[in-house]
Design a protein around this ligand. Structure first.
Ligand SMILES: Cc1ncc(COP(=O)(O)O)c(C=O)c1O
Length: 399
């Protein structure tokens, strides 16, 4: 007997419209602007002095080698390229690289790692609240909501003062219950560029471990801030203090291979056996979502990291990207005392103390595209556009 249908069957046409990602929308707006001198500081990719996002020379070399030597494209499994994840261990984990309570796997970029990390948390503790800084990278909340975890905000940054609201941050984290999650940026905070000092990391690690919070550290820009080693300070300090830590990592920026989607997730528990159990869940979720990560970018990073000569060449190119970020920061900072804070921040992003109206005016009058929040990519423009950019921003601050 047919059961009675209570609700009318729905077609795809019944879907409500969805609010599109504001940053992707900004890219589309900028692309559609016909003005030849437009400046795109909205997008989150490194650009060199000529305004290009380069393929690293060492990456080209690795791609050539891969082409010459790869003999199969058979499936690798949900963990992806296992050697790739092993080679990342000393870079990310430092003295913890040999700890068999920490296990990692390759993921489709940092986004894949974040999603998988939150999936794992939701599997063990669906009631956990995730403490998320304000502001944070706009894709964090949707990923957390996708796994149906609750979000609690902690104050992170005071835009007008260009300072971290550290006491407020600590007070908010103190309110966490055991099992709640502290989402932290490992380095090069996106969108503010304001990184915790070593002393501040010590304090955060103390609260996280005393309150029994589960830290999830998102580290998407290692090597873009103070240096490859220095940028992992917070990750390693957390590993010193806590039995349970989740790290979502991306190679898309520091290998400049954004669209190849290269990242990893590392999970630490109190014992090798418990980590193996947790990884069982991780593999299961990965299998459901993407089955296995794309190979190409990670295979090239693997080739680079395995070969001492290529690794050395990667480090030189990475240093050059960091040097450019920091020298552009100094140039913008020198343009006006109100921009001096930019010289003290790290990574590709900072936030200008501009209202949304001022941001929109920069867009209409000067073809300068940045997020409505005032977040801009310090290396979003070539050198020839820098003076025009700073003059327009100073003009907007004066207005
Ligand atoms: C803070 C942060 N986390 C994670 C990611 C994700 O990086 P991926 O492109 O590797 O997914 C980004 C990228 O913009 C980011 O800014």
């Amino acid at each position: 007997m047919l059961t009675e249908t209570k609700t009318k069957a729905r077609g795809l046409a019944d879907l409500p419209p969805i609010q599109s990602d504001s940053l992707l929308e900004l890219i589309a707006l900028c692309n559609a602007d016909p003005r030849p001198d437009k400046i795109d500081v909205g997008v989150g990719v490194f650009r060199d002095a000529t305004g290009n996002t380069p393929i690293l020379k060492v990456m080209k070399e690795a791609e050539r080698r891969l082409l010459d030597t790869q003999v199969t494209k058979a499936y690798l499994g949900s963990a992806g390229d296992k050697r790739f994840a092993e080679l990342l261990r000393p870079i990310l984990l430092g003295p913890h690289a040999e700890d068999d309570r920490i296990v990692g796997l390759q993921t489709p970029g940092g986004c894949g790692a974040l999603r998988l990390g939150f999936e794992l948390i939701a599997a063990v503790n669906p009631e956990a609240r995730v403490f998320v800084g304000t502001p944070t990278w706009p894709n964090h909340p949707p990923i957390i909501r996708a796994v149906r975890l609750g979000i609690e905000e902690y104050p992170y940054y005071e835009r007008g003062q260009a300072t971290i609201r550290f006491e407020d941050m600590i007070a908010a984290l103190e309110g966490g219950e055991p099992g709640d999650v502290a989402l932290l940026h490992g380095c090069c905070h996106n969108p503010t560029g304001a990184d915790l000092s070593e002393d501040q990391w010590r304090e955060v690690v103390r609260v996280v471990s005393e309150r029994g919070l589960l830290p999830l550290i998102d580290i998407a820009y290692q090597g873009f801030g103070r240096g490859l080693e220095e940028d992992a300070f917070g990750v390693r300090l957390m590993l010193d203090a806590c039995d349970e830590v989740i790290i979502a990592q991306s190679c898309d920026k520091n290998f400049s291979c954004y669209r190849d989607r290269v990242g990893s997730l590392f999970v630490k528990t109190g014992s090798h056996e418990d980590t193996a159990k947790a990884m069982g869940h991780v593999f299961h979720r990965a299998r459901e979502m993407w089955s296995m990560p794309p190979d190409h970018g990670a295979a090239c990073a693997h080739i680079i990291l395995e070969d001492p000569e290529l690794r050395a060449r990667w480090l030189v190119e990475l240093d050059a990207m960091r040097d450019r970020i920091n020298s552009v920061r100094q140039r913008i900072a020198a343009a006006d005392p109100r921009l001096a804070f930019i010289g003290k921040q790290f990574g590709m992003f900072s936030m200008l103390p501009l209202s949304k109206e001022q941001v929109l005016k920069l867009r209409s009058d000067h073809a300068i595209y940045m997020a409505d929040s005032g977040r801009f990519n310090v290396v979003g423009m070539g050198d020839d556009q820098l003076d025009r950019f700073t003059a327009a921003v100073v003009g907007a601050l004066d207005a």
